[in-house]
Design a protein around this ligand. Structure first.
Ligand code: NIG
Ligand code: FE
Length: 424
């Protein structure tokens, strides 16, 4: 078969090879090809191989010289709070002086501060702020992003956030997968009537489902936010309506959210800095992904999740950015991966599996994303590095030079190509 596009002159191509969920010791397994090429047709991968590619080309085939780059599948950032109004730099000083994150929330700031700003923001303001962030993420090699609502906390405003993330999915080359997170905090108006807010969320789930804007529900299970039985109540209702479920679990206090997630068949349990030992064992026996977010530990100056123990016990891990205005204000996904190397003590191969195939798996995208295999989307990044280990060693700069999404070049020589997609 003749290809539309050949990316050739790839110095080293690193690729996941294990079937997801990739667990424990298998997270160290990846494939490496030297002097490789990729043949692409109709946005899909036709062949990944070495040597001669003449049989794939005719006069119409575009040839793209990778100039000795390293090639990887596009990164999949499977946890973000992309769409929100404003920022929270005013809280940074308080956090540095030791005010706990949950105390700021209790005083009506934190997430609730962003809720105010998000409710006041127009659709266009939210869209443009998120679009800019998405461009930055793309330039750092993210080709698929999960984006949660959760700063509206009423049906109208949650739908507004979800409509923004769905429009971004349509307009921007990055694939944006939306999640409903009405259970991100108890809104101020319901401070003394949390039962009523939880009842609202459960009713709103019917409208959210009917909107077709998302198929996943997330809950912030934490002291002072949603406790274990409230989380179970909301997620069981979501499941009965056909949603997949996941949760922010054991981030600050060891409530047992990870264990609950396994019991509910959650696609992922996220954060896990305070996870109980018995829940690590439970996770290892399940297909629920442990989604670790080291940027949050870095920014809040907190302990890091015990990734080594989780891998040793056989869990499947993903690593995500958790981009949000309150606990991880950065779109630099390579820095997040470098934190995983330095503070989660993960190996390059483990981090690659965690940010590609395992992330694709828990987002339900493993058939089309997460590795460079024939038939999958040609979501490909080129990096100006000599080998994979170098990506984690030379930190805090952008190594990605070129990005292809569904076979289209969208970043070339570190420049986003505006003419290939709508900019609004
Ligand atoms: O994943 N933990 C809860 N939610 C976000 C923070 C949201 C915020 O502070 O605005 C997180 O860390
Ligand atoms: Fe989060």
């Amino acid at each position: 078969m003749i290809a539309d596009l050949i990316i050739y002159n790839i110095h080293k191509l690193y690729n996941p090879i294990e079937k997801p969920p990739v667990k424990g010791i298998n997270m160290s397994n990846i494939d490496v090809l030297t002097h490789a090429y990729i043949a692409i047709k109709d946005g899909k991968i036709l062949k990944v191989s070495q040597g001669d590619f003449k049989h794939f080309i005719d006069a119409k085939t575009t040839l793209f010289d990778a100039k000795g780059s390293v090639c990887l599948p596009g990164f999949i950032d499977s946890h973000s709070h992309l769409v929100h109004g404003g920022s929270r730099e005013d809280e940074f000083e308080k956090l540095k002086q030791g005010t706990p994150y949950l105390d700021i929330l209790k005083a009506g700031g934190g997430i609730l501060g962003t809720v105010e700003k998000t409710r006041w923001a127009s659709f266009e303001q939210l869209y443009h702020q998120a679009y800019k962030s998405l461009d930055t993420m793309l330039s750092y090699g993210v080709t698929t992003l999960e984006a949660k609502s959760g700063y509206g906390l009423s049906l109208k405003h949650e739908l507004k956030q979800l409509e923004v993330s769905n429009k971004l999915n349509h307009d921007h080359p990055v694939e944006v997968v939306s999640t409903y997170m009405g259970a991100h905090a108890i809104p101020k108006a319901y401070e003394n009537n949390r039962e009523a807010y939880i009842k609202n969320i459960k009713e709103d789930l019917i409208s959210i489902k009917a909107s077709h804007l998302t198929n996943a529900v997330d809950v912030f299970c934490e002291t002072g936010v949603f406790d274990l039985s409230e989380t179970r109540d909301i997620l069981e209702t979501a499941k009965s309506l056909g949603f997949t479920v996941k949760l922010h679990a054991d981030e600050i206090d060891a409530l047992g959210g990870a264990g609950l997630g396994v019991d509910l068949g959650a696609t992922s349990v996220d954060h896990l800095m305070a996870i109980k030992d018995e829940d690590i064992e439970k996770l290892a026996k399940s297909n629920t992904i442990a989604n670790l977010l080291p940027g949050t530990s870095f920014y809040l100056n907190k302990t890091y999740a015990n990734a080594r123990k989780m891998i040793d016990e056989g869990c499947a891990l993903s690593i995500s950015g958790d981009y949000n205005p309150g606990s991880c204000p950065t779109e630099n996904f390579q820095f997040i991966m470098q934190l995983a190397a330095n503070y989660l003590i993960m190996k390059p191969e483990e981090i690659l599996n965690a940010t590609t195939i395992n992330a694709a798996y828990h987002l339900g995208l493993q058939k089309t994303k997460g590795s460079l295999e024939p038939g999958k989307d040609a979501d490909i990044i080129l990096l100006d590095i000599p080998n994979l280990a170098y990506l984690f060693y030379h930190f805090s700069i952008n190594h990605v030079t070129d990005v292809f999404i569904k076979g289209e070049v969208v970043v070339k020589n570190k420049r986003i190509l505006r003419n290939t997609y709508e900019t609004n």
